[in-house]
Design a protein around this ligand. Structure first.
Ligand code: FMN
Length: 199
């Protein structure tokens, strides 16, 4: 299993984390998920609010239903924000209208980081927790991908009820986790654009 190897350094984990879209069918053990949730909760948190709460979904039929709901919402006018944010909106529309396409890429584990409070930094806190979780997963040999396309479905009252998310709690960061099917090449980044550097 991936966890048998020595963990990577923080910098190695940063540079080896890649959005992964193909997974082996292996189940991610409860102990691994608990370690990832612990790492998530060590993220910085504004005013030490720790506003997060977690949902773990390892029921593949339920994941498929949430994926189908997300795809249905994406076809509606309220799904347009997400469609048009894609680098290629035309490709996003084609993928989302393909009945076989699973927005979770057939990963067997979804962790949703939810915000329990309202406030200007709750979303930031949840995404910082998500990055901690993804880096910890990378360090332990697992792969991840944030799934922004799931967010509208996770706001749907029926889906929230099924997942035990109270009405006043918001799903911010859905992250799939699994054993990668193959090595994923790094996506290039532009060099940091420095607007000013005053000395
Ligand atoms: C907020 C957010 C939402 C994302 N949503 C999706 C998604 O719905 N589906 C997907 O395949 N990738 C999604 N991604 C992954 C990005 O496409 C990926 O991070 C980006 O292309 C850079 O690649 P890298 O993470 O491998 O460096 C999302 C990333 C972020 C930060």
């Amino acid at each position: 299993m991936p966890t048998e190897k020595a963990p990577l350094s923080a910098l190695d984990a940063i540079y080896r984390r890649h959005a992964t879209r193909a997974y082996k069918p292996d189940r991610v053990d409860k102990t691994v998920i608990e370690a990832l949730l612990q790492a998530a909760t060590h993220a910085p948190t504004a005013m030490h609010l720790e506003p997060w709460a977690f949902v773990v979904v390892q029921d593949r039929a339920l994941l498929r239903r949430i994926s189908d709901r997300a795809k249905a919402i994406a076809q509606t006018p309220r799904g347009s924000d997400h469609r048009e944010l894609a680098r290629s909106p035309t490709r996003a529309v084609a993928m989302l209208s393909d009945p076989a396409f699973n927005i979770f890429y057939d990963a067997g584990t979804l962790i949703v980081i939810c915000g329990k409070a309202m406030g200007p930094f709750v979303s930031a806190d949840c995404w910082l927790a998500a990055e901690n979780l993804m880096l910890a997963a990378t360090a332990l040999g697992y792969a991840t991908c944030p799934i922004g396309f799931a967010i509208p479905a996770l706001a749907d009252p029926e889906v929230k009820a099924e997942l035990g998310i109270p009405t006043d709690v918001t799903a911010y960061a859905p992250i799939i986790v699994g054993v990668p099917a193959a090595a994923v090449p790094a996506q290039a980044r532009r060099t940091p654009e420095i607007l000013s550097w005053k000395e």
